[in-house]
Unconditional design. Structure first.
Length: 233
């Protein structure tokens, strides 16, 4: 049986969710809490979704759910439809970011195509008692891996910046992995400028919503600063 799910409060303010109707938002919430397995995959057949999420609602037909599903897939960048052996499935691209499941049950559903990590080399682990990276070793090892390594150097820099404003290591790691470095640096700098009471929470909110910071930094990532993350729940 799948583990309990978490729906972050920012779900209700997500700009992609704003494009959906109330029933469509309920369907997304149901897919997260009822339908998805421990890897964020679920059967996408409208009959299945209607039974699992709207079992008590006789006024909704399978066709209604199919239309809602189509609109959700059109509007929500994080929710992706794929097929395997003629069957339709859905997966949440940022499932690992939001659902921290310690002991996962092996999925019986097919792996989504293209969902393979660029590199098996993990970013350094950071604990609450150790907020600084060893200088030189991480960057040098990443640079030897080429462009993928360079992207990981950027992620490491973003992570350290988030840790420096007081963000907890687990949240900082997830945000550094998902968002362009320029966005992270820009919002962290803006949080210092505004002298906020809760810089970590405010920066996280700005990144999750996909907003670009007021000004891109002259670090070669100016274009990325205005691209926004491909992130929606």
């Amino acid at each position: 049986m799948p583990k309990p799910r978490v729906i972050d409060g920012s779900f209700w303010n997500d700009l992609d969710m704003a494009e959906l109707t109330r029933d469509e938002r309920l369907l997304v919430a149901g897919m997260i809490t009822k339908c998805a397995d421990d890897y964020g995959r679920l059967v996408a057949h409208p009959k299945h979704l209607r039974r699992e999420v709207f079992g008590y609602d006789e006024d909704l037909s399978v066709e209604d759910v199919e239309n809602m599903r189509a609109h959700i897939l059109e509007r929500c960048r994080n929710i992706v439809l794929y097929t395997h052996n003629g069957q339709e499935y859905i997966y949440f691209r940022n499932w690992q970011k939001w659902q921290k499941i310690r002991y996962k049950i092996d999925s019986t559903l097919p792996v989504p195509p293209g969902e393979v990590l660029e590199s098996n080399m993990p970013l350094p682990k950071v604990s609450a008692n150790s907020r600084k990276f060893p200088q030189g070793s991480v960057e040098q090892g990443c640079l030897e891996q080429g462009s993928v390594g360079q992207s990981r150097v950027a992620a490491a820099g973003s992570l350290q910046t988030l840790l420096d404003i007081g963000m907890d290591p687990e949240t900082a790691q997830a945000l550094a992995d998902e968002h362009p470095e320029a966005n992270v640096l820009g919002w962290c700098a803006e949080s210092r400028k505004r002298k906020l009471e809760n810089p970590p929470g405010w920066v996280r909110s700005m990144l999750v919503r996909g907003h670009a910071p007021p000004a891109a930094y002259d670090n070669g990532l100016a274009d990325q600063a205005h691209a926004g993350p491909a992130d929606a729940r």
